[in-house]
Design a protein around this ligand. Sequence first.
Ligand code: ATP
Length: 457
Amino acid sequence: MSAPGQLEQFEGDATIEKVASLCRRRGFVFPTSDIYGGLGSSFDFGHYGVLLTQNIKGEWQRSMIQERDDMVAIDSAVILNPQVWVASGHVAGFSDPMIDCRTCKLRFRADHLGQSACGKRPSKHPGEHSECDLTEPRHFNLMFETHVGAVRDDASVAYLRPETAQGIFVNFKDVTSSLRVKPPFGIAQIGKSFRNEITPGNFLFRVREFEQMEMEYFVPPAEADEWHRYWIEQRVNWHLNLGVRPSHLRVRAHDASELSHYSSATSDIEYLFPIGWQELEGVANRGDYDLRQHSEASGTKLEWIGHEERYVPYVIEPAIGVGRAFLTFLCDAYDEEVVAERPRTLLRLHPRLAPVKVAVLPLIGRDAAMVEKARPLYEDLRRSMSAEYDDTAAIGKRYRRQDEIGTPWALTIDEQTLADGTITLRDRDTLQQERIPLDGAKQLLQDRLEQPWHPRG
Ligand code: ATP
């Protein structure tokens, strides 16, 4: 990594506002139920947002599950037996300290006052205005409550999961007895989590409903520190291999006062967002906390029983939010430049993350002979990769539309195609155009998708 963690300010053209505006304008992300005034920091994903999200999850699945032989997948329920959350410590301890302002009636996270805006004067922080009247910090549980069944009483209370991890721990026995696993091994899960955050904000950075990609890696206790280091390195490399600039990534170990109730050591992989360094992913050593808690509370022993050994494994957990990764990739990829005196905005996304891999463009949309070549090419390409066909507007405008959604390649069919069967391959990042045979286009793009890719060449 070149000078990792040294920068103090984000380098690039992105701001959270610009990225959010592009996302709305180009159909990636919309504020939820906007026609009714929205719902705080809640968002819906539009077509390109769905494709980008699928690609992020696909890359995680590929590196965490598909390309390994020590990993299995799970998809557990969102609403679990409420005793799970008592045993895990979430009912008693999954809370943030909150402060209310009696003047403006707003509520703030006590540890986020420096990043929050005063209700009376947003240019100041809570407590800085002469009329601020703040309460002492009180603990506020972040879990959303609901009721299961027809009766709404204390016995029917249940929770929307605030993390996917517990759904993994409570399945430990079934997984180890039904699948061929042996420590060190991992169980990986992608799914929705819900937290009633006091101060959501910064677009997708902190929301109340989000998807997490979590993996619990079960190891012999003596090997836990070594595997913790290993997973920090693996996860940093995942981000780098998907094109995140090394100067915008760093690893920061939590000090004792920051550790969660279950953690014996945690390191955050931080990204330098336009709002400063923030947690992108946490890699925790959860020790044997969870398996022991659930063994005790449920009466079912959750332990590893080998031929000659029996122990409660320690657990290493890399956990990342899909939306936070989405925001990271977009901030890193967002670029504005002037080409031939015309401004262009582009997303320099890794081709494997790009929502659309290739656009097929007949130079003249009304030219029947060009369309006759372009449509079959497009229909062939879309069988193996996400492709778009566009025969509207001037070619320059069509290129720019694709640049803004991050499409790495455009194939243009023109007069020469009709004469010699070649087409133009335009590169989003370098703007270089090369002539290639139409027949070999699909294979060429498939090969390029397999190759390593780095931002700005
Ligand atoms: P924070 O301290 O920012 O509240 P956390 O340390 O509680 O976060 P974890 O419980 O470690 O977060 O969650 C793992 C990952 O899930 C985070 O690194 C982040 O990527 C994602 N995540 C957590 N909370 C949110 C949220 N409210 N919105 C979006 N993503 C989130």
